[in-house]
Design a protein around this ligand. Structure first.
Ligand code: THU
Length: 275
């Protein structure tokens, strides 16, 4: 993955910062060893000292999701020179991520990249008193399946449907575009041999659900959420089978997509019945 991608994720994360006091929005994106990205933002508090920085929320997010090996972090803010992690963040990053690459960027494409150990010379760590903290042996127990699952979108939808209610009734006849992350273009190799493909997406505007309810797509009859295609579900995941019209580099044209403009796409796969 190019470091530019990580910086883009940090800039995107920045839009979620909660910084009503300083008005200084910061976003961070941390890359795990196996290529997942975890983002973080600064989260301030009226009791100012309770504020945490973007870098720490990013790494806490990742550790909380079960990740312990990292390659690099990008930090983005609207300032020149670009933001540099505070001492507390350097210390926390060192303990949890080791000597990763730290890329500091702003919105004008100015980027400075330095290994963490250059930002934190002679670091303090638990090896100073001889024993590293034990990784707690996680007991395999039946509750582990309850842990939240995390995904990084691979692309997004472009069409004229602004809201779920405005998807036209004849959507099956209409074209949409799916843009795949240019870094993942190779993954589309031989997709053009398919007539129909499955698009898995995150219904980013859906919230809340009822296990049993009247379903407007089913003549207002009562169905369980697992017995219908309702967009309001325990996990806002959509699966759409569409006609593949064309593949041009990282741009797919498809017919019959029932997703709105801007929907993050999680995966593209083929229909097992075809192959
Ligand atoms: N901040 C960060 O999130 N990361 C940094 O690297 C520097 C500072 C935040 C903390 C606070 O919300 C605001 O920036 C001003 O200090």
């Amino acid at each position: 993955m190019r470091s530019e991608t990580l910086m883009k994720a940090a800039r995107a994360a920045r839009t979620r910062a909660y910084a009503p006091y300083s008005k200084f929005l910061v976003g961070a994106a941390l890359l795990t060893e196996d290529g997942a990205i975890f983002t973080g933002v600064n989260i301030e508090n009226a009791s100012y000292g309770m504020t945490v920085c973007a870098e720490r929320t990013a790494i806490w997010n990742a550790v909380n999701a079960g990740y312990r090996k990292f390659k690099g972090i990008a930090v983005a803010a609207d300032c020149s020179p670009p933001p540099s992690p505070c001492g507390a963040c350097r210390q926390v990053l060192w303990e949890l991520a080791g000597d990763i690459e730290v890329a500091m960027g702003n919105l004008e494409k100015e980027i400075i990249s330095i290994p963490l150990l250059e930002l934190l010379a002679m670091p303090f760590g638990s090896e100073r008193w001889g024993e590293n903290p034990d990784n707690i042996d996680m007991e395999i127990n039946e509750a582990l399946w309850r842990l939240p699952v995390f995904f990084n979108p691979v692309g997004y939808v472009i069409n004229g449907y602004k809201a779920p209610q405005t998807i036209p009734a004849n959507y099956k006849e209409l074209l949409s575009t799916i843009i795949i992350d240019p870094e993942m273009e190779e993954g589309l190799y031989r997709l053009d041999e398919e007539e129909k493909i499955i698009v898995i997406a995150h219904l980013h505007e859906a919230g809340g659900y009822k296990l049993k309810d009247k379903r407007c797509g089913r003549d207002n009859e009562v169905y369980g959420v697992f017995a219908c295609r309702a967009p309001l579900r325990p996990n806002a995941i959509a699966q759409s089978v569409v006609d593949l019209v064309s593949v041009d580099k990282n741009v797919l044209t498809v017919k019959g997509l029932d997703l709105i403009n801007g929907t993050p796409v999680l995966d593209i796969k083929t229909d097992y019945r075809n192959k």
